[in-house]
Design a binder for this molecule. Structure first.
Ligand code: DX5
Ligand code: ZN
Length: 221
């Protein structure tokens, strides 16, 4: 039944009831919860914080994936690890020493992901594919949900897929941004096996139907 990892991005959910948002995602068969943390500096938006993680924990058994869209993520890794994050994803262009950052995250016994903006090449991350759990290719410029998927990122997914498949234990190759019922098949066909999805899950209609349809589309070639 499962194939593609679907991570429900609560950026698009009703923030007055995030507990319900993650419960609904779990019941509907999402594989993880995606939590975008923005600092008003790396991106021009402010979102959730450290406290969000322990607040959500009692509501779901799904892994909580923290996507740090912030400057200087190194200074917040300890905080997010200690409150129970299951994976921390950093933006590669915010890490002066990416190897050390990955090691630091793994040092807390949790998974490490690295995100790459649409206009950035794979060069800085390619050597780290064998030691990360997720390569998250941004299919929108970070900062906001509800943007259109930039299809010109898809060849980068194909390239990353090839490089990952050459490894004994490949990381997930993920996409984040603009994934919906119309775009999901192109994402999967390009080689993505992890999708962070916000608006198409929480932006209207029932979370259950939305995830069911997305799951179904992700399985049809
Ligand atoms: C963008 C965030 C995404 C966002 C995706 O900065 O990293 O995770 O929630 O939202 P949609 O699915 O609405 O593009
Ligand atoms: Zn994200």
């Amino acid at each position: 039944m499962h194939g593609i990892h679907i991570s429900a991005s609560i950026l698009a959910a009703d923030w007055s009831n995030l507990g319900q948002a993650v419960r609904e995602a779990e019941v509907a068969g999402a594989d993880s919860i995606h939590i975008d943390i923005m600092d008003g500096h790396y991106v021009h938006n402010l979102t959730l914080g450290i406290k969000t993680i322990p607040c959500l924990k009692p509501h779901t058994t799904l892994p909580l994936i923290v996507h740090l869209e912030i400057s200087n993520p190194d200074s917040f890794i300890a905080d997010f690890a200690e409150v129970g994050s299951n994976m921390i994803v950093v933006q590669e262009d915010t890490c002066p020493d990416l190897a050390a950052t990955i090691e630091k995250i793994h040092g807390y016994g949790i998974q490490a992901g690295v995100a790459v903006n649409p206009d950035r090449p794979l060069d800085t991350v390619i050597d780290f594919l064998d030691r990360i759990d997720l390569l998250l290719l941004m299919s929108v410029f970070p900062g906001f949900g509800g943007q259109q998927l930039l299809t010109w990122v898809l060849p980068k997914v194909e390239e990353a897929r090839k490089r990952a498949d050459a490894l004994k234990t490949p990381p997930f190759i993920g996409l984040d941004g603009g994934i919906n019922q119309r775009t999901i098949q192109a994402c999967v066909n390009a080689g993505a096996d992890f999708l962070a999805i916000g608006t198409a899950i929480y932006g209207g209609g029932s979370v259950k139907d939305n995830i069911r349809i997305l799951r179904c589309l992700s399985m049809t070639p």
